[in-house]
Write a protein that binds this ligand. Structure first.
Ligand SMILES: [Zn+2]
Length: 278
């Protein structure tokens, strides 16, 4: 069933587990995610991000994801991750996405509050949820790498003010996490997660979940993280499937599909089990 994030994450917040979010830039990824959630009988969040749109346009993603979510035997939220422009977020909403992350984390604090508040107003009128980001989660490599990530950690008092004013349904936090492959094991600031969750009372979102240890996840979730974003691990699992197919002599794209889906399903199941999703 197609749902928004609200009930899903509020229940997770109370019962101290997390729901996984996976980007799905093709149907194989979407099948791996939704079929695994159905097998485990638990909710899941699926979608795409603005940075991935050059690979598969928003409209095409909506064309397969929305019907797949509607037909799923479990609750599926279709989420647009890291929307960077107002227009693209509204486009996602118009296409039927039930949740929008409007990422204004690189703007000034007041501008972030202003822009995201407006997005919340529009989305709530249409029964969609909104995730905001305060502080800034950088990347592990490339242009988005921060030289001093700790300067961009989410401030708990500011988070309280942000959530109160914007009325976001979930908050992405910067607590030592980063996007992509970690070069060194990250050190998450669990006390900060705990303080932010207690002050704001909203479900927190941990971006950059690929490469974190099982203990990192478990502690972060016990402190108030209710949504964990995973993409790199899923993406790599699909590639492992392709490599396996090639090594076993498969010589067409069609023959590779079951291998891809199988490998991705293993990753999805492993994460969902670690997150304790119910
Ligand atoms: Zn992210």
């Amino acid at each position: 069933m197609l749902v928004n994030m609200k009930q899903m994450l509020n229940k997770a917040f109370k019962q101290k587990y997390a729901v996984a979010f996976f980007n799905a830039v093709n149907i194989e990824m979407a099948r791996a995610v939704i079929e695994t959630a159905e097998k485990l009988n638990c909710p899941v969040i699926i979608g795409t991000a603005q940075i991935l749109l050059p690979v598969t346009e928003l409209k095409y993603v909506a064309d397969y994801l929305i019907p797949m979510a509607k037909n799923a035997k479990v609750d599926v939220c279709v989420h647009y991750d890291h929307g960077l422009t107002f227009d693209r977020c509204i486009e996602a909403l118009d296409l039927g996405f039930t949740s929008i992350m409007y990422d204004c984390s690189t703007l000034s604090y007041e501008e972030n509050v202003k822009q995201v508040s407006e997005m919340v107003r529009i989305c709530h009128e249409r029964n969609a949820t909104v995730e905001g980001e305060l502080g800034h989660v950088g990347d592990n490599a490339g242009k988005g790498k921060l030289s001093r990530p700790e300067d961009f950690y989410t401030d708990p008092d500011m988070a309280y003010d942000y959530v109160t004013r914007t009325k976001v349904d979930a908050l992405a936090v910067a607590v030592g996490n980063a996007h992509g492959d970690y070069k060194f094991p990250p050190k998450l600031d669990f006390d900060r997660i705990d303080t932010i969750a207690k002050k704001t009372g909203v479900p927190l979102v941990l971006h950059g979940g690929s490469g974190l240890s099982d203990d990192d996840f478990k502690i972060a979730i016990s402190k108030g993280v209710c949504k964990v974003n995973i993409f790199t691990d899923l993406d790599k699992a699909g590639m492992r499937g392709i490599q396996k197919a090639v090594s076993e002599g498969m010589d067409t794209v069609t023959k590779m599909i079951p291998y891809e889906i199988d490998e991705m399903k293993k990753t999805v199941e492993e994460k969902i089990r670690i997150f304790g999703t119910r």
